[in-house]
Design a protein around this ligand. Structure first.
Ligand code: ADE
Length: 249
């Protein structure tokens, strides 16, 4: 997969993508990241990339032409078309389902704004989709772009050593939160590992994990339960639990 970053700080996103799983994806040639700085396409001695907003008010607005030239340069670098995704608090909420769809594309072009925003005409002409990573305002789209790169990269085939681990993640499949995980030692001053996980009984372990995921989702994100499509039996079981997190059986 190819990801192009249009940003005044493209190195920032590239740096974030240099570690761990995402760094390895690049090393293995499963992901390539290319930065394009609108300042390199700006005119004049000062290479202006922004100007004051018409109508007055605080802050600066990013100019159409440097951004457009950077997008054109990115496009010219590869014949794969690629959707242009603008990171913005006004965008559609990024979900794991959307991440999966984006991860299936062979190219995306991420557009990062700075200052108060980007001239609306550029957005109307060039952007296919706006995405938000949450209901808060960042000083620019770069951190949000780094989030998209990470989430999309780890789903590329061959990136995770165990492909099954992505399927188990929170929000995957039926959209429940993940169950708790334990490793050695079995006994520790902070507590013991739940016995069922040591039993070797895979059916029992799967049932325990599923039930833990149900309890955890009800406790932390009840909004996700409605969409999860629980079986009647599971719904009855959950109803019978007292909300302490301990199974009634
Ligand atoms: N740019 C600024 N805030 C943002 C947010 N919450 N999500 C995506 N891009 C942003």
């Amino acid at each position: 997969m190819r990801i192009d970053i249009i940003s005044l700080f493209p190195e920032f996103v590239a740096l974030c993508a240099g570690f761990g799983v995402v760094g390895r994806a690049q090393e293995r040639g499963l992901l390539s990241i290319h930065g394009w700085n609108p300042r390199d396409y700006a005119q004049g001695n000062y290479r202006r990339v922004d100007d004051r907003p018409f109508g007055g008010g605080p802050g600066m607005v990013m100019l159409i032409d440097p951004l457009r030239a950077a997008i054109d340069a990115a496009r010219a670098a590869d014949p794969i078309r690629g959707r242009v995704v603008y990171l913005s608090p006004q965008g559609r909420a990024l979900t794991q389902a959307r991440v999966r769809e984006l991860a299936g594309q062979s190219r995306i072009i991420l557009l990062c704004g700075r200052y108060e925003g980007v001239d609306e005409r550029l957005l109307a002409a060039e952007v296919d989709e706006e995405l938000s990573i949450g209901d808060y305002v960042l000083s620019g789209g770069e951190l949000a772009a780094a989030v998209v790169v990470d989430a999309v990269a780890r789903l590329q085939e061959g990136v995770l050593n165990d492909a099954g681990s992505a399927v188990q993640d929170s929000f995957e499949g039926d959209g429940l939160l993940d169950c708790p995980h334990y490793t050695r030692p079995v006994e520790h001053a902070l507590g013991a590992v739940p016995e069922v996980l040591l039993s070797g009984n895979h059916a029992e372990i799967a049932r325990w994990r599923r039930r833990q995921a149900l309890l955890r989702t009800r406790e932390r994100r009840p909004d996700l339960l409605a969409a999860a499509g629980l079986s009647a039996e599971e719904a009855r079981w959950l109803e019978a639990q007292d909300g302490t997190g301990d199974e009634a059986g």
